[in-house]
Design a protein around this ligand. Structure first.
Ligand SMILES: [Ca+2]
Ligand SMILES: [Ca+2]
Length: 356
């Protein structure tokens, strides 16, 4: 405070430039952002909009400098444009506004790099970069430094830089249930190979899956009795011609679509799972001519052998002409006479039986 020589009281004192006297008492320095460029009473003036001072007690408006976030242009302080920031006083021009780091932006007049926020689809602080791309399987729908969010359960996005949760599609093996917008596992008998919120595809005819949530056609397995085929996805297995005969000994195999069955050969019948011989003689199903033949059981069949004195003629038993087979038995001068089942010799006329 200065006072004219001989002043009688402090009221005669005048504040120096850069100082003012609130309530006309002691002189006080103009605060930051203000100046007073004359000696005497009066108040400090504010710097222009966008300007401030480095310290207090400024005596000239030349001490008013552009604030952080502003730069001087045509003697006026203007805010740095969006996507830039400026963190020092006394900037010298637009070039003192620095661009935000890659993948971030700011509002105009930003005062520090911290005002730069990662764009949608980018997260802050990971992998050494200021902002990093959201990797596959994650998204970020807001501007800011927070981390990318993972896709919801059973969903995935196959793109980077995702900004929308809607990029998350149902993973293979899952489909989008329209009522709840949730991904649900494909039902038994269906599959879905795509990363998409689409429906599951039914397995081809005659095939099925062993579990839900299947992603590939190859998990549609042919039903029992069918096998993967050249014409249709699943075709009948001909079990009868397969490497291992499916029927027991003495049985015939019959193929059907999707199955097969076995029957015992003629003359054989099932006893449990085995085919055993039918005893046609015991069963009285063998129609032998019992006057001239008997019944003889055989494996898988039977026989009707002729009784003594009869012989087979085709299927029938006929009397054996004993004279044809045994003519040598009758001596000279005898005639042979055939009988049913035998023969006898008789002396020709004029001869008599000699003594034995
Ligand atoms: Ca079959
Ligand atoms: Ca038999």
């Amino acid at each position: 405070m200065t006072s004219p020589v001989g002043s009688l009281s402090s009221l005669s004192c005048r504040c120096k430039a850069g100082f003012f006297a609130p309530n006309n008492e002691y002189c006080t320095a103009c605060s930051v952002g203000k100046y007073k460029d004359y000696e005497g009473s009066g108040y400090c003036s504010s710097c222009l909009d966008g300007e401030t001072t480095l310290d207090i007690g400024n005596a000239s408006d030349s001490n008013c400098l552009c604030m952080t976030g502003y730069f001087p242009a045509n003697n006026v302080c203007q805010p740095c444009p969006a996507e830039y920031y400026q963190e020092t006083l006394a900037s010298i021009g637009l070039e003192s506004c620095k661009p935000c780091p890659l993948y971030s932006n700011s509002s105009s007049g930003s005062q520090s790099r911290d005002s730069c926020s990662c764009l949608k689809g980018y997260e802050g602080g990971s992998s050494g970069s200021y902002c990093s791309i959201c990797p596959e399987g994650k998204f970020k729908g807001s501007v800011g430094m927070d981390a990318c969010q993972g896709c919801p359960e059973d969903t995935f996005n196959a793109v980077t830089e995702s900004k929308e949760i809607s990029d998350c599609k149902c993973e293979p093996g899952n489909y989008n249930y329209s009522l709840t917008s949730q991904c649900l596992p494909c039902n038994l008998g269906s599959y879905k190979p795509l990363l998409a919120s689409s429906a599951c595809t039914p397995c081809p005819p005659l095939s099925n899956t062993t579990d839900t949530k299947r992603a590939d056609l190859s998990e549609c397995l042919c039903n029992a009795g069918y096998t993967w085929g050249a014409v249709s996805y699943c075709e009948d297995v001909d079990e009868c011609t397969s490497m291992a005969p499916p029927c027991v000994l003495y049985a015939d195999c019959h193929n059907t679509v999707g199955a097969y069955y076995c029957t015992c050969k003629p003359g054989w019948e099932f006893e449990g799972s085995l085919c055993v011989d039918v005893n046609e003689c015991q069963r009285l199903t063998a129609f032998c001519d019992y006057g001239v033949s008997t019944c003889e059981n055989m494996f898988g069949s039977f026989n009707c052998p002729c009784v003594a004195g009869y012989e087979k003629s085709g299927e029938a038993c006929v009397n054996t002409n004993g004279c044809l087979n045994a003519s040598y038995v009758c001596q000279n001068h005898t005639d042979c006479f055939d009988t049913i089942g035998s023969f006898y010799c008789q002396c020709k006329a004029g001869y008599r039986e000699s003594a034995k």
